[in-house]
Structure formats: C-alpha cells, structure tokens
Unconditional design. Structure first.
Length: 202
C-alpha cells in the first residue's frame, strides 16, 4: 500500500482555510456550521416572537468553557440555563406547543425527593433528589414529567426506578430526538425499534 505524502501548507493557507470555516456574528465567531445554523434558528425564533432572548456565546464550544456531564454544554435561552442542546431543543418545542394551545404550561427543573434526609447513629445523611428537565401541564389536567437523554446511565436508571415507586401517579417520559424516527421518541420505543431494525438486517 502506497501512502501519499500529506501536502504541506503555508501559515497563510492555514489561516485562509480556517477563515472559510468560521462564521463571525458580532463579537462571536462560530467555528462550526452546526453552531452557526443553530444561531440562525434561534434568531429566526426571536424575530417570530417565540423566544425573547438568547446568549449567542453559549452556543459554541470554547476552551475552558463550563460543561455539564457527558460533554453537554449549557445553552442560555430566555435567561434560562439549559443543560444541553437536546434539552434546549425540547424547551423550544414546548414553547411552540404552548403557543399552539396543545399544552397549558410547563415548568423547568422540577425537583422530586426520592429519599428524605435522615440521621443514623449520629450521622446525618442528606436527601436523595431527582431533578427532571420539565413538568408539562395539559388542557385535560394531565401532568407529564419529561427528561431528555442521549444515553441512559446506571445512576439515572436507578433514580428512575425509585421515582416510579415513590410517584406512581406521575407519568415520566424519557425522550431523545431521532430524525429518522419522526423526531422526539421515548427511549424504550427507540430501543425496541432499533433492535427490530437490527434483527431484520440479519
């Protein structure tokens, strides 16, 4: 196998290439088309009145930026800090549903106590709490608890199990976005369809 030698480039050529892949908007320079496209999406929603404000600098990755777990960066829309772009997308989706009248309202970051604090042998144990992404109210009086997840961790799976036991009347939905499956889909349904798709390929 013959390997081709990588073409050497000058500093000027490297700078020109980087310049072509950069998207400056005011004081912010987006280094990926994905981030730039997301900016345009939010700008359009702002112009349409769906959102009031957003922080352009929160849409792109910068060195030493504050990140949440699993490399998800906080995005600020309407002065609300959303833990990931996935969560931000669902927030925008809920705003649209509220505008259409499909839902009555929604709250961010509802907190549920899975286990209260206690003292044992003089040692204090703090409460175990679960913070979901959204609590959504429907016109018929139903309430759904929504959590957006790219992946389900062992820690979350355990909290979910305890939540289901402690709050039997609340419906908890774990959602992810899959373009090829119609958009927002529950994790269990996604796993089932993915497994079926893999099986049919064999």
């Amino acid at each position: 196998m013959v390997r081709r030698r990588k073409k050497e480039t000058t500093v000027e050529e490297d700078l020109e290439k980087k310049k072509k892949s950069s998207y400056p908007i005011g004081d912010v320079i987006y280094n990926s088309r994905k981030d730039y496209t997301y900016f345009l999406k939010l700008e359009l929603m702002k112009n349409d009145g769906l959102i009031e404000s957003f922080d352009p600098s929160s849409l792109y990755f910068v060195e030493n930026a504050v990140e949440t777990k699993y490399m998800a960066k906080k995005i600020i829309i309407n002065e609300q800090k959303l833990d990931s772009r996935l969560e931000a997308d669902y927030y925008l989706y809920l705003l649209q549903l509220k505008k259409e009248g499909t839902i009555v309202d929604f709250d961010l970051k509802p907190v549920f106590t899975l286990q209260p604090p206690f003292v044992k042998n003089g040692v204090k144990f703090s409460a175990i709490k679960y913070i979901a992404d959204f609590s959504v109210s429907y016109p018929n009086g139903d309430i759904e608890i929504i959590d957006t997840k790219g992946i389900i961790t062992a820690d979350f799976a355990l909290k979910k199990k305890i939540f289901e036991y402690n709050f039997p009347t609340l419906h908890l939905r774990i959602l992810k976005f899959v373009q090829g499956m119609g958009g927002w889909i529950e994790h269990d349904e996604w796993k089932k369809l993915t497994k079926l798709k893999t099986k049919n390929k064999k």
